[in-house]
Design a protein around this ligand. Structure first.
Ligand code: BG6
Length: 474
């Protein structure tokens, strides 16, 4: 499906996200033939950062050359570039933006739909939303809102109230780029299209679940953002909890945005309030020396926690979530640990010994993703000796990944199509902040860890008697 004709307005067009992801991503969509037949993209920023149309095009070209998978060349680029214009906007002076939008709409012709993408710091959300309401720009429009969506329950409620005063929920697209990853959608296919998996996807067969997103990178000069945010708000409340929702949800009645989101919200409803004694906060050694970081900073650059879902499917099955900066590898992995068989009939595996694990299903959702199972087989020979082995499905080897979209690309396309399936909803977000309140109120002290490690040592106690499935055993 190709979306209706559009005028897209990108607030924060001179910022980092626009440069790394949004402009290159929009061009990739154009090149893949997925943008509407007629469209314009209006970049916007406060007047002190205003650009001419030509300078905006130049920046978009440089950004796409540096970060895009589709390089800015050929007639496709020419056409895309011509669709880019710029209109500055200040809360008290939306004039230049209004005239840029008017011109863009004339160029498209008819009555194109408006899509506003708010790639701006949270402090600027409210004034932009109010301006969209006051100027009438919000008419016939949808809005994409970036994370972080609040910093606690009251701030998320206030933000929802501001947005709802101008847009109703059906026009709000709170973006979480993890939900645009190919393998996340595939969790639905894996679970609900196969008789092999769904019957064992519950407490009778699964002992615990790990959702593990270590990052190799540090804070990459984002001290100002990171100091006030930390890994819990940056990664867990957004990305990892959303993944957990997909892993844990009941089968939706149908594959519609409403059904899917209802089921995901029910998972959040069943989430027990976080217990600060079941949380390890870490900070990499050297973080306090980074430029812009408070030398006594208590901000966590790492967090591991245990989450309990009080529902029929998952009662008693802990979910362990981990994410952090400056760790051993950058990965995105979900592991289902299976229960042991009822009886131990076999001698301990020869290789691996006591180290051998119970069966695991490992979903690696680095784009484009892999799925692996780990299980035991008999080693050839007269003796009954077991060895751990596995089976692997690899997206890259099995499909032409040319057609795959990155998270942001997929989600911007869905917003243009009006499909909210992979976007978060106000009730779910508020519930997650509510369940997080005890941790936010009394966070345990940060523990130091060595850059390149897998976090503070106490994370092994947190997950015991299980073990982290990363780093991979060779
Ligand atoms: C962002 C966080 O939302 O996600 C970053 O703000 C983080 O701190 C990034 O590095 C990770 O995304 P991905 O897709 O590269 O794993």
């Amino acid at each position: 499906p190709v979306p209706d004709d559009h005028v897209v307005v990108l607030f924060g067009a001179t910022g980092d996200l626009a440069r790394r992801k949004l402009l290159p991503g929009l061009f990739h969509l154009a090149k893949a033939g997925l943008l509407p037949a007629r469209y314009r993209i209006v970049g916007s920023a406060p007047s002190q950062a205003a650009l001419s149309d030509d300078d905006f095009r130049k920046r978009a070209r440089e950004a796409t050359a540096e970060f895009g998978r589709s390089k800015p060349e050929g007639p496709e680029w020419q056409e895309f570039e011509e669709a880019l214009t710029f209109g500055a906007a200040d809360p008290d002076d939306p004039g230049p933006l209004l005239s840029a939008v008017r011109k863009a709409e004339q160029a498209v012709g008819g009555k194109p739909r408006r899509l506003f993408h708010l790639a701006v710091p949270p402090t600027a959300f409210a004034s932009v939303i109010e301006m969209l309401g006051a100027t009438g720009l919000a008419e016939n429009a949808r809005v994409i809102v970036e994370k972080p969506f609040g910093t606690d329950l009251p701030s998320a409620q206030a933000l929802n109230a501001t947005i709802h005063s101008v847009f109703d929920e059906s026009r709000i697209f709170r973006i979480d780029h993890f939900l645009g990853k190919e393998s996340v959608d595939n969790i639905l296919a894996l679970r609900f299209a196969n008789g092999l998996f769904e019957p064992v996807w519950n407490r009778d067969h699964i002992s615990h679940v790990q959702i593990d997103v270590p990052e190799k990178i540090g804070i990459e000069g984002r001290a100002q953002f990171f100091e006030g945010t930390g890994t819990f708000r940056d990664m867990i409340v957004t990305h990892l909890f959303q993944l957990m929702g997909f892993m844990a949800m009941e089968p939706p009645a149908e594959l519609t945005a409403k059904s899917l989101r209802d089921e995901k919200e029910k998972v959040f409803q069943s989430m027990r309030h976080l217990d600060p004694t079941q949380v390890v906060r870490g900070q990499y050694e050297g973080y306090r020396d980074e430029p812009g970081v408070d030398p006594r900073s208590d901000t966590e650059t790492f967090i591991a926690l245990r989450v309990e879902l009080d529902n029929w499917r998952w009662a008693g099955v802990p979910f362990f979530l981990r994410s952090g900066k400056s760790l051993g590898e950058g990965r995105h992995v979900v592991t289902l640990g299976f229960r042991e068989p009822a009886l131990r009939m076999f001698p301990v595996p020869a290789r691996g010994g006591a180290e051998a694990r119970n069966n695991e299903l490992v979903i690696d959702f680095d784009d484009p993703g892999r799925i692996a199972t780990r299980f035991l087989v008999k080693e050839p020979g007269p003796a009954m000796r077991l060895e751990e082995t596995g089976m692997v499905f690899d997206y890259a080897g099995s499909f032409n990944s040319m057609y795959a979209l990155e998270g942001y690309e997929r989600l911007i396309l869905d917003a243009m199509l009006g499909d909210q399936s992979l976007f978060t909803r106000s009730d779910g977000i508020e519930r997650l902040w509510e369940a997080s309140a005890p941790l936010l109120a009394t966070p345990p002290p940060v523990e130091p860890y060595t850059p390149g490690s897998w976090g503070p040592e106490s994370i092994d106690r947190l997950i015991a008697p299980y073990r982290w499935s990363l780093p991979d055993r060779r």
